[in-house]
Design a binder for this molecule. Structure first.
Ligand code: 3PG
Length: 212
């Protein structure tokens, strides 16, 4: 397993962040770090993503900041130039995956079917995103997919929260769980970074309890 995959698996949780205003980036990153989770997937669903990644990477060089919802090669380039250390995509786009592999950029494309997983395995990926996790059957689907593909681990996101986290993290086929439950948009908008820090610490404590 690559260093990046090991780090993500060690953390066990990847907050999926939507930032509408780059001014929130550093306080958000600080709340995550203070809560014990120095990792963030900043999604390219907003125009503020690139600048947010840049500010987080500058303020917290050791933090694992990555880009999510990456849909184009141009976004890969912009994210990496801004300081993103990994790329996450909601689906399996061979062009994006091959581009990242050719540039040695850790990439986590979304898969939900054996056919998509076959494409990921063929390219040597060891960890893939499983999205949208709850809608596609959650842990039971992951276990079924892992049977013929034991060399792959999954990063489920989409509907993962504090209530079902235990069920996911107990499965040894899961590298880490992604989600927005500790970094909800309304909390960011309200500047409730203490609450974000608390929700993060709760998630980290639960992950430690489950995984030891
Ligand atoms: C993602 O982009 O990975 C998901 O939208 C996060 O899903 P959640 O908001 O249900 O946690």
């Amino acid at each position: 397993m690559s260093v990046m995959n090991e780090t993500i698996q060690g953390l066990g949780l990847v907050p999926v962040v939507v930032l509408n205003d780059a001014k929130d980036a550093v306080p958000l990153a600080k709340a995550l770090c203070d809560g014990g989770l120095p990792v963030a997937e900043v999604t390219f669903r907003t125009d503020a993503a690139e600048e947010s990644i840049r500010q987080i990477a500058q303020a917290f060089p050791k933090m694992l900041v990555g880009a999510g919802t990456v849909l184009t090669i141009d976004q890969v380039d912009r994210a990496v130039a801004a300081g993103a250390k990994f790329i996450v995509a909601p689906g399996f786009d061979p062009e994006i995956v091959d581009y990242c592999i050719s540039k040695d950029i850790p990439v986590y494309p979304g898969v939900v079917t054996p056919s998509e997983l076959a494409q990921a395995v063929k390219r040597g990926l060891k960890v893939v995103k499983f999205f949208p996790a709850e809608a596609y059957g959650g842990v039971s689907t992951i276990k079924a997919l892992a049977a013929p593909y034991p060399m792959v681990k999954f990063m489920p996101t989409g509907g993962v929260n504090l209530k079902n986290l235990k069920n996911y993290l107990e499965c040894d086929k899961i590298a880490a769980c992604g989600g927005s439950w500790m970094v909800k948009g309304d909390l960011i908008k309200a500047g409730a970074f203490d609450e974000i820090c608390k929700l993060t610490a709760d998630a980290v404590a639960l992950a430690k309890e489950i995984r030891g």
